[in-house]
Write a protein that binds this ligand. Structure first.
Ligand SMILES: *[C@@H]1O[C@H](CO)[C@@H](O)[C@H](O)[C@H]1NC(C)=O
Ligand SMILES: *[C@@H]1O[C@H](CO)[C@@H](O)[C@H](O)[C@H]1NC(C)=O
Ligand SMILES: *[C@@H]1O[C@H](CO)[C@@H](O)[C@H](O)[C@H]1NC(C)=O
Ligand SMILES: *[C@@H]1O[C@H](CO)[C@@H](O)[C@H](O)[C@H]1NC(C)=O
Ligand SMILES: [Cu+2]
Length: 725
């Protein structure tokens, strides 16, 4: 009996060992699979950290009802006592538990000095210093797993805006996160774009109306002022969601403070100048369409500022409204201890004078006291970094931080010494700054300084401008069933899903419907003659400007050149003889399509690694719906300019295949050189040669100007109707 048992037992035991051995093998294969799967998944999971920024990290996130399996010691102190309980409770509702590995956590140090309910402004030196630190922490994580752990740990401790900004910059710049896509900023922080009343309605609908039967909530077109305020005529431009998203995204792609490798992009200082110069040109164009004169630069920093602005935005984070500015307020010196900032208006004036002196002496002094010449082609890049300023500035002690501090002075105009405990105005945040009329006055001043430098450069000679043998014979704008050389604009409504940024139950989509400017698609038809021998390569450059100034007079070239707005730029192959180039307005090198500006990651995610890799950078670009200024009901006379320049002088030796290169003009191309060797804004970036007073006199054989008209129809099309007219 006993023997029997021993035999049987040993049999069973050996069987058991065998089973164990095979299962271990299976287990390790399984484990491996899980590991690989979770590696891919954890990348995507990082994006869930952008969801509902105000809700704690352990709550259910995303459409799949996922929950982070947060280690106890990662919980913020206020949740620790009830830690196990909460994590379990939310774990039960979840379809998916996301593992979070325990890593040795970096000290967050003074990053935590910016409290959760405070307001983050990149323009403030203290804020940008701690942002630089957090970006470096995120960039320093050895792999995506560690990044996820670190971000989970930081999320409920760090200020939500700071967190979103730093994680976005890190994801955009880490080599191992190139294939994950950032959500549009509006979906995380709708409060930076929408009126508080609309946010209230969205909240109400989400609570009362079940998902599936919700209808879009309409944002009224005019809500920040009445027609008594003439600046309000431009509200559709300043408060356009797409324009503000572009500006935020641009500053995300081109941060001015972080690790040098992140900041030091090809010609970033020059692009700072050009992108903002084009914003001013577009704004002035838009002003003329609305019977307003060009914007006055903010030249007297100590005089009252007549432009008022009442943003009517609410902050979801601090549940307080953004401060307003009444008319005739004056800048004062800032003394705000909580923000660690003291800044005199006189400092900004001194920096301006030193920068102008550098421009007029043709060189800057770096921190070592050496003299660096401002050369014809590279000088503008140095100046851009110096004026903004970025960490690439040759000497921040001497030339200061002029453009950023202008934003700061203006954004604290209502409470310079913090006696009313008020926060900064919209000028303090790159997501909202373009809403305020003062943004354009400040940037017109900044642009004036850049133009001072451009005015010192040698003018382009006809030989440099011309492309021998190549003649542009004609250009025409064609619209389906429309008059030739007429561009049609109108109002259009579109819907955007805001559910990601809404911290409330129950969940589901909530759409808002907003009204924006739109134009009918059109094509350029350009006839070019190549009289040379054989094929030639060129770059086609298309610009548009108003035909008359605010008084109705024809422009002098000196002023006209600053009004030209870039519409497109592309390479062309010219065969010998006659060539006809056709190009669609939707292919523009300055814009990105509507869907990309407002991308909804749940529906419009591109598939395939390479496509995805470029997607984040691709969020940078002027919104397609704002390509064309509004025009006028009885037609607004404009001049369309076309130039074919010699590719030999334009060429950059690189391939941009697979890269997101469709908005290169204002945004550059990811990890590549700027795709045009000429100075940005060429050929309008310099004073004209002797004897040229008008655009007609400026033309060489490879250029052509044609009168066109922008016809505005004061009618609002519903989302479905567009594309059918
Ligand atoms: C603002 O100042 C200007 C010039 O000093 C003055 O003409 C105007 O009446 C002032 N506006 C208000 C509302 O105080
Ligand atoms: C941020 O805003 C809150 C509420 O609006 C305010 O109490 C706080 O002082 C502000 N913080 C800063 C740094 O201005
Ligand atoms: C262009 O770049 C390629 C690859 O880097 C190189 O082989 C070639 O010599 C370059 N051509 C010119 C004209 O610089
Ligand atoms: C313009 O063309 C694009 C792409 O073909 C299309 O998606 C869009 O709806 C068109 N826009 C208008 C206003 O017709
Ligand atoms: Cu900017």
């Amino acid at each position: 009996m006993v023997n029997n048992f021993i035999v049987e037992f040993s049999l069973v035991f050996s069987l058991f060992v065998e089973v164990l051995r095979t299962s271990k093998k299976v287990f390790s294969i399984y484990n491996n699979l899980i590991y690989r799967f979770s590696k891919m998944a954890s990348k995507k999971n990082i994006l869930l950290l952008f969801d509902r920024p105000k809700e704690p990290v352990f709550m259910v996130k995303g459409k799949e009802n996922s929950v982070f399996d947060v280690p106890q010691e990662y919980l913020d102190d206020k949740y620790k006592p009830i830690g196990a309980q909460i994590v379990n409770r939310f774990g039960e509702d979840a379809n998916e538990k996301i593992p979070v590995s325990r890593i040795s956590l970096p000290p967050l140090g003074d990053i935590l000095e910016l409290k959760r309910n405070e307001n983050f402004s990149l323009f403030l030196p203290k804020h940008r210093r701690i942002a630089g630190k957090l970006i470096d922490i995120f960039l320093g994580m050895r792999n995506v797993d560690e990044l996820l752990s670190c971000a989970v740990y930081a999320r409920d401790r760090v200020n939500p805006y700071l967190f979103n900004y730093c994680l976005s910059v890190a994801l955009l710049h880490r080599p191992d996160t190139q294939d994950i896509d950032l959500p549009s900023f509006i979906s995380s922080f709708p409060d930076k774009y929408l009126d508080s009343q609309v946010i209230g309605e969205v909240r109400e609908q989400a609570t009362i109306v079940p998902d599936g039967s919700r209808t879009p909530i309409e944002i009224p077109k005019d809500y920040t002022a009445s027609d008594l305020e003439e600046e309000h005529r431009l509200a559709y431009f300043r408060e356009d969601l797409g324009i503000n998203l572009h500006h935020w995204h641009w500053h995300l792609v081109y941060p001015f403070e972080a690790a040098r490798a992140v900041v030091d992009k090809n010609r970033r200082g020059e692009l700072f100048y050009y992108m903002h110069q084009q914003i001013i040109a577009r704004y002035n164009f838009e002003r003329l369409c609305n019977d307003l004169k060009r914007v006055d630069r903010l030249v007297e920093l100590k005089e009252p500022i007549k432009e008022a602005y009442f943003p009517k935005l609410d902050s979801l984070v601090s549940s307080r409204a953004w401060p307003s500015r009444v008319t005739n307020q004056t800048l004062s010196n800032i003394r705000r201890e909580t923000d660690q900032i003291t800044q005199d208006v006189d400092d900004v004036i001194r920096w301006r004078d030193r920068i102008l002196e550098a421009i007029h002496t043709g060189s800057v002094r770096n921190e070592q006291g050496q003299t660096i010449p401002l050369t014809e082609n590279e000088g503008i890049d140095i100046l851009g970094n110096m004026i903004e300023s970025s960490i690439l500035s040759p000497n921040r002690a001497l030339y200061g931080d002029m453009h950023n501090m202008g934003h700061v002075l203006i954004s604290y105009i209502h409470d310079p010494d913090h006696r009313h405990l008020e926060t900064f105005g919209v000028m303090g945040d790159s997501a909202t700054a373009m809403r305020d009329p003062i943004f354009y006055r400040w940037h017109a001043f900044i642009d004036y300084i850049f133009q001072q430098f451009k005015n010192t450069l040698p003018t382009y000679t006809p030989q440099e401008l011309d492309f021998s043998g190549v003649t542009v014979q004609d250009v025409e704008i064609q619209t389906q069933n429309g008059k030739p050389n007429q561009i049609n604009t109108f109002w259009q409504q579109s819907d955007v899903d805001l559910s990601r940024g809404m911290d409330f139950q129950p969940r589901g989509s909530v759409f808002v419907r907003f009204t924006h400017l739109q134009h009918r698609n059109f094509t350029y038809k350009i006839n070019v003659n190549n009289n040379g021998n054989g094929n030639k390569q060129g770059t086609c450059r298309i610009f548009i400007a108003p035909k008359f100034d605010e008084r109705g007079n024809p422009w002098t070239y000196r002023d006209h050149k600053n009004m030209f707005v870039e519409l497109d730029k592309f390479a062309v192959n010219l065969k010998q003889g006659k060539n006809t180039i056709t190009r669609s307005s939707t292919e523009s090198s300055v814009t990105i399509p509507f869907e990309r500006t407002f991308r909804n990651l749940d529906n419009q995610r591109p598939t395939g690694g390479d496509n995805l890799a470029q997607f984040n950078f691709c969020g940078c670009g002027w919104p397609q719906h704002m390509l064309i200024p509004k025009g006028k009901a009885d037609g607004f006379p404009c001049q369309l300019f076309v130039m074919i320049s010699d590719y030999e002088g334009d060429k950059i030796n690189q391939t941009t295949e697979g890269a997101c290169n469709d908005a290169g003009s204002y945004c550059g191309i990811k990890d590549k050189l700027y795709p045009d060797r000429r100075s940005m804004g060429y050929p309008f970036d310099r004073l004209p040669r002797q004897g040229v007073d008008t655009i007609q006199q400026f033309l060489t054989g490879n250029m052509r100007v044609r009168d066109v008209s922008i016809q505005f129809e004061n009618r609002t099309f519903r989302p479905r109707e567009v594309g059918r007219n």
